[in-house]
Design a protein around this ligand. Structure first.
Ligand code: NAI
Length: 360
C-alpha cells in the first residue's frame, strides 16, 4: 500500500504525525473535512497495540466526526487525534504541552477536545500552548464535562422516537434498558427517572451499578441479560459494537436510542433491525449533544444557547426517520445521506472566499 493510500488520501484532507522524543509524544491528527468549518474532534489517548491500529482508528473516527457535526447542523468539519501510549504511564505536562504545540501548528484547521484517556484538566494544560482547544474546565471559562450534554441529547432523541413509535413523546410509564451507567448512562437514568420512565440497567462495574440502583431505584440485570430485557427502548451507553447478528434476534425492544459510538457491529445490522421492526436512531445523531456543547465554546460559552441547540436533536431524528420511511432506507443510511448532502451543499457554497484574515 502506498503512503497516501495508507493515510486515507481518497477521503481525508490531511494527516499530521507529531513526535516529541523527550516526552515520548507520538500523535496522529487526522483532518477528514473542513468543508463546513474547522475540524473539531477529541484527543484519544490509548495504548494501541500497533501504530497501524492508531492510524486506522483516527481515520475512522475523524470521518465519523464530519458526519456528526454536519447532521447536528454545526459549521464544523470532522477531525480527530490519537496519542499513542498508556495515559497512566506516560501522560505528563511536557507531553500534553508538546501535543498542544502540534495542534497549534495547524493554525485552527483542527480544534481539539477531550475523549477516551483525556480529561478537561488535560485540555486546560493543552490550552497553554494553543487556543484551538475546547472542553476546558468550567472554572477556566470552558464547558467542562460534555457527558450531561450528551445525555440531554439522548433524551431529546428518545422523545422523538417515542412520538413516532408509540404516538406520544411522553416517556412516563415507558421502560428503558440502559447498557452502561458511566458518565452518560448514569446521567441519562437520572433524566429518565425524572421523566417518569422505569429503568433497567447493567454495567461491568458493580459499584457504579449499585450507585445508580440506590439513587434512582433502577432494576439491575447482569451484563449479558440486558439484551433479553422486555422494554420499550434499549439505550446502549457502554462500548461500541453492542448490536450484532447475535444480539439482534434476542432483543425485545421497539427502538434503540443510545449514546455509544458505533453501536452497530456491521452495516447489515441496520437492515436486520428494520426487518425485526425495531427503530434504530443513528448513534452519531443521537450522541451529538457533547460536540454541540463544546462547539459553543468557540464563540464564548453559554449553556442556555448550547441546550437549545442540543434539543434540536429531536427535530433531526424526526427528519431522519421520515426520510428513512419515505425512501425505504434504514435510518442509518438516511442520516449519512443527510450529513453528506449538507457537507456537499454548504461546503460548495463556501467557494466564495472571505477577505484575508477570516478564520473560516
Ligand atoms: P464511561 O466510560 O464513563 O461509561 C461507560 C460505562 O460502560 C462504564 O461504566 C463501563 O463500566 C461500562 N461498560 C463497559 N463495558 C460494558 C459492557 N460490556 N456491558 C455493560 N457496561 C459496560 O463513558 P461515557 O463517557 O459514559 O460514554 C459512554 C459511551 O458514549 C461511549 O461509547 C462513548 O464513546 C459514547 N459517547 C460519549 C460522549 C460523552 O460526552 N461522554 C459523547 C459521545 C459519545
Amino acid at each position: 500500500m502506498g503512503v497516501f493510500e495508507a493515510i486515507g488520501a481518497g477521503t481525508h484532507e490531511e494527516v499530521l504525525f507529531g513526535n516529541d522524543p523527550v516526552s515520548g509524544l507520538k500523535t496522529i491528527i487526522a483532518i477528514h473535512s473542513t468543508a463546513l468549518g474547522p475540524a473539531l474532534g477529541g484527543t484519544r489517548f490509548f495504548a494501541y497495540r500497533h501504530e497501524d491500529d492508531a492510524l486506522a482508528d483516527v481515520l475512522r473516527l475523524s470521518r465519523a466526526m464530519s458526519l456528526k457535526a454536519s447532521a447536528a447542523g454545526l459549521d464544523l468539519g470532522g477531525g480527530k487525534a490519537v496519542i499513542i501510549g498508556d495515559p497512566r504511564a506516560i501522560k505528563s505536562e511536557r507531553l500534553l504541552r508538546a501535543y498542544g504545540r502540534v495542534v497549534d501548528s495547524l493554525g485552527g484547521r483542527y480544534i481539539t477536545a477531550e475523549d477516551v484517556g483525556t480529561t478537561a484538566d488535560d485540555m486546560e494544560i493543552i490550552s497553554r500552548e494553543t487556543s484551538w482547544v475546547t472542553g476546558v474546565p468550567e472554572a477556566d471559562g470552558g464547558s467542562g464535562d460534555p457527558s450531561p450534554a450528551t445525555a440531554r441529547g439522548v433524551l431529546a432523541a428518545m422523545h422523538a422516537v417515542a412520538e413516532r413509535v408509540f404516538g406520544s413523546d411522553d416517556l412516563s410509564g415507558r421502560t428503558v434498558a440502559v447498557q452502561g451507567v458511566g458518565k452518560v448512562g448514569a446521567n441519562l437514568v437520572e433524566r429518565l427517572t425524572k421523566a417518569g420512565a422505569r429503568t433497567v440497567v447493567t454495567d461491568v462495574d458493580e459499584d457504579r451499578l449499585d450507585e445508580v440502583r440506590r439513587a434512582h431505584g433502577s432494576e439491575v440485570v447482569d451484563v449479558d441479560g440486558i439484551f433479553d430485557v422486555e422494554c420499550d427502548i434499549l439505550a446502549p451507553c457502554a462500548m461500541g459494537g453492542a448490536i450484532t447478528a447475535v444480539t439482534i434476534p434476542r432483543l425485545r425492544c421497539r427502538a434503540i436510542v443510545g449514546a455509544a459510538n458505533n453501536q452497530l457491529a456491521s452495516g447489515r445490522d441496520a437492515i436486520a433491525l428494520r426487518e425485526r421492526g425495531i427503530v434504530y436512531a443513528p448513534d452519531f445523531v443521537v450522541n451529538a449533544g457533547g460536540v454541540i456543547n463544546v462547539s459553543e465554546e468557540i464563540g464564548g460559552y453559554d449553556w442556555k444557547r448550547a441546550a437549545t441547540a442540543i434539543d434540536r436533536i429531536h427535530e433531526t431524528i424526526n427528519a431522519v426517520l421520515e426520510t428513512a420511511d419515505g425512501e425505504g432506507i434504514t435510518p442509518h443510511e438516511a442520516a449519512v445521506r443527510l450529513a453528506e448532502s449538507r457537507i456537499a451543499d454548504i461546503g460548495e457554497l463556501r467557494r466564495w472566499r472571505r477577505s484575508q484574515g477570516s478564520q473560516r
